[in-house]
Design a protein around this ligand. Structure first.
Ligand SMILES: Cc1cc2nc3c(=O)[nH]c(=O)nc-3n(C[C@H](O)[C@H](O)[C@H](O)COP(=O)(O)O)c2cc1C
Length: 370
């Protein structure tokens, strides 16, 4: 599909960021109540959502000194993509809920920041619209496996044409977790599902339930090869929390493992994502790269995830809040702030490069798998 119109970046403004956590309250003032509830919520009692962030405190980095770290360099390479920082804007459905520019703003902000972006199947802008802005900068497409194989082929074709470097198959969300804010606010995911409209099924304006109804519930390992064969793109499995699933996915052809509990929006009572990372990294044993997300709010969180085996670290809600507050400039401000915190943390741990970060000694008493 060719995009004729100039991208509409909507209202943009530079924002100051003290820290990522403080963005939530600020964004609440500019996002509609139902929309904010949908973005912010976790499932059930939100134990896993909260624990995703608090569990980072259980992991301690042991700093090294006298290491000559005047100019830390956080640039890295992920699956062939050159990045200014090992950061990913995790795939988020319906970004126009946060800001009129939606994924177009997200693509511009991440491009300007030199970090990776992933676009959701349930994005508010089409793959082609987003790719036109992304225009060769690091980009991946996240797939909710559709029931309809022809629709799936359409999405894969668009993603390939749009320059996606990989397909992220999300495996932890064949149905949504029980999220009470949506019930209290009587909120149903609104807005258009651009990729569905693009395919022209005539099914417009489906709510969150309808979205999951569009997706295949019976996911299995054979899909990895099927998707790779059709798309000729590396397939990454998102939502891995058990080392055995990571091993099985790699043996079935997965090109990378994405450790995530969906930001605590799915199974409440699941461990924090950072708690399962060490055992998964040990089983993966450098056979494929690892992406990590859920609960990341600090530069030190990014360092801990890298030191425990991640190669790329995803951030979800904070980018939505940055987008809401400042459009693409808000997205860039969030990335820039995180980069600044990463720089400080690198210097204070005695690291010059991301390779050094991966060697940081981490102490913890948290053992989810023995
Ligand atoms: C509002 C919202 C929508 C999301 N939509 C998707 C999606 O469409 N596909 C997907 O794989 N993950 C989705 N996620 C999960 C994110 O990719 C990511 O795993 C999560 O936000 C990371 O946690 P964090 O928000 O604590 O950083 C969504 C998360 C949020 C908050």
């Amino acid at each position: 599909m060719i995009i004729k119109n100039k991208p509409d970046f909507g209202k943009i403004q530079k924002i100051d960021v003290l820290n990522l956590k403080s963005l939530e309250k600020r964004a609440q003032k500019v996002i509609g109540k139902g929309e904010f509830g949908y973005i912010e919520e976790g499932s059930d009692d939100e134990y896993t959502k909260q624990h995703n962030t608090t569990a980072f405190t259980e992991f301690h980095m042991v700093p090294r000194v006298l290491q000559d770290i005047e100019q830390p360099d956080q640039s890295t390479n992920f699956m062939g993509a050159k990045l200014e920082s090992p950061l990913l804007a995790a795939p988020i459905a319906g970004n126009t809920l946060a800001h009129e520019s939606g994924e177009i703003g997200l693509a511009k902000g991440t491009k300007e920041a030199g970090i990776m972006m992933a676009q959701s199947t349930f994005a508010s802008k089409t793959i082609a619209e987003t790719a036109a802005v992304s225009d060769g900068s690091p980009y991946m497409f996240q797939l909710y496996m559709p029931k309809d194989w022809d629709y799936c082929k359409y999405l894969l074709d668009e993603a390939r044409q749009g320059g996606a470097q990989a397909i992220i198959l999300t495996a932890d969300s064949t149905l949504g977790g029980y999220r009470e804010a949506d019930i209290i606010n009587q909120y149903h995911l609104k807005g258009k599902i651009a990729n569905l409209d693009g395919y022209n099924t005539g099914k417009k304006g489906v709510g969150a339930g309808g979205l999951f109804a569009e997706s295949m519930q019976k996911l299995n390992l054979d899909l990895i090869n099927k998707l790779a064969e059709y798309s000729h793109l590396p397939i990454i499995i998102k939502g891995i929390q058990h080392p055995a699933d990571a091993d099985a996915a790699i043996k079935a052809g997965a090109a990378a493992i994405y450790v995530s509990n969906h930001g605590g929006r799915q199974l409440d009572g699941a461990p924090a994502s950072i708690e399962v990372l060490p055992a998964i990294a040990s089983v993966v044993n450098h056979r494929v790269p690892i992406i990590f997300d859920s609960g990341v709010q600090r530069g030190t969180h990014v360092l801990k995830a890298l030191a425990l085996g991640a190669d790329l670290v995803g951030v979800g809600r904070p980018f939505s809040y940055g987008l809401a507050l400042g459009g693409w400039k808000g997205v860039k401000a969030v990335a820039d702030h995180l980069k600044m915190e990463i720089n400080i943390a690198m210097q204070l741990t005695g690291c010059q490069t991301i390779a050094d970060v991966k060697k940081i000694q981490i102490n913890s008493n948290t053992h989810i798998f023995n």
